[in-house]
Design a protein around this ligand. Structure first.
Ligand SMILES: NC(=O)c1ccc[n+]([C@@H]2O[C@H](COP(=O)([O-])OP(=O)(O)OC[C@H]3O[C@@H](n4cnc5c(N)ncnc54)[C@H](O)[C@@H]3O)[C@@H](O)[C@H]2O)c1
Length: 318
């Protein structure tokens, strides 16, 4: 009998890539639950042809707890979320519904259906403006500066409490910004869209000196798979990022070179691009490396891979 896995948010950028990887192993039956708010069925085109895959269009923020498709599930990869730091300070209730409330709903369904294990995709943004760079999982960090990160940290807390109280194995993954095929949101797509409309001028949020770490989607997926196999403790938090950082100006240079355009670039005179922007992010990944993980892509390779994908999938820009 194949192990049953549920992937929430499986029609999204990361979820659909994870589903393809899990299906390729031919040992799992995968159920994807997604309300298609930001996800796309076309990312599941291959999965939908696979007899070990089932797509369920449902909204996890208002899910009926007596639904039966969670029955006999062993593992949940909980990735569904509203993944938008920039809008989170305006859309506070929407962020609560789609980040905290859905996690609580998953917890209730997990208890009811005796689920054994939950993975949760959190964010390196929970570290806020920490001075400990690269940041370790157990470093102290200051207050939260976005509703998005606050909601992620709240979900982490709820899930670790579940791990303690109900003997459910919990894996929390704090990801830096992810790039690569199926990338649908983030600064590269913003720049690409702006430059497609106007090649002569590019407005950049912030002074361009924000230093960020980015990671390729394949490296994220290999992180999930290694943790699936090798996590020993009941509750663990893992960072996933690269040992590099890149400032926004460098990304702008790469994209203008890629598109062969020479716009006048207008930066703002402030360190952050939006409320909740963190001008210096890098995580320490020794913990994950110690169980055998290694990033294969440099940031430059991730940027080029993303731009190639956007270029071939321009309809995504609409
Ligand atoms: N992409 C990144 O750079 C990044 C970085 C850190 C953490 N994360 C986290 O990883 C996860 C996946 O991110 P992504 O980049 O694939 O985002 P995404 O927007 O592509 O995917 C999120 C998916 O969740 C679904 N969804 C949202 N609300 C839902 C609801 N109420 N019910 C059912 N489905 C719902 C969306 O339709 C979408 O398919 C998110 O939890 C995000 O916060 C992403």
């Amino acid at each position: 009998m194949k192990k049953k896995i549920i992937v929430t948010g499986g029609a999204g950028f990361i979820g659909s890539s994870l589903i393809d990887k899990l299906l390729s192993k031919n040992i799992y039956k995968i159920y994807c639950i997604d309300n298609l708010s930001t996800g796309r069925l076309e990312f599941l085109a291959d999965a939908l042809k696979n007899k070990n895959f089932k797509f369920i269009n449902d909204d996890l923020s208002s899910i009926n707890k007596s639904i039966n498709y969670f029955k006999n599930t062993e593992i949940i990869f909980h990735l569904a979320a509203l993944a938008d730091v920039k809008k989170s300070y305006q859309q506070r209730e929407k962020h609560y519904e789609n980040n905290i409330k859905i996690t609580q709903n998953i917890i209730e369904l997990a208890i009811k259906n005796k689920i054994k294990r939950i993975f949760f995709s959190s964010t390196a943004s929970v570290y806020g403006n920490t001075k400990n760079i690269p940041t370790k999982e157990n470093d102290n960090f200051p207050i939260q500066n976005s509703f998005y990160a606050a909601a992620k940290l709240s979900s982490e807390a709820l899930l670790t409490a579940l791990g303690e109280s109900h003997n459910i194995k919990i894996s929390i993954l704090r990801l830096v910004s992810v790039m690569g095929p199926r990338y649908t949101h983030g600064h590269l797509i913003d720049f690409y869209k702006k430059l497609s409309k106007n090649k002569k001028k590019l407005y950049v949020l912030g002074n361009g000196l924000q230093k960020k770490s980015y990671i390729h989607i394949d490296d994220i997926i290999s992180g999930f798979i290694i943790i699936l196999k090798k996590q020993k403790k009941q509750i663990e938090i893992f960072n996933i990022g690269t040992d590099e950082k890149k400032n926004v100006k460098n990304s702008v240079q790469m994209i203008t070179k890629y598109l062969n355009v020479k716009p006048q670039i207008m930066y703002e005179n402030k360190k952050t691009g939006w409320i909740g922007d963190i001008p210096n992010i890098q995580v320490d990944c020794k913990k994950l490396k110690n169980i055998g993980w290694k990033a294969k892509y440099t940031i430059n390779e991730s940027i080029i891979s993303t731009l190639n994908w956007i270029d071939k999938n321009k309809k995504i820009l609409k």
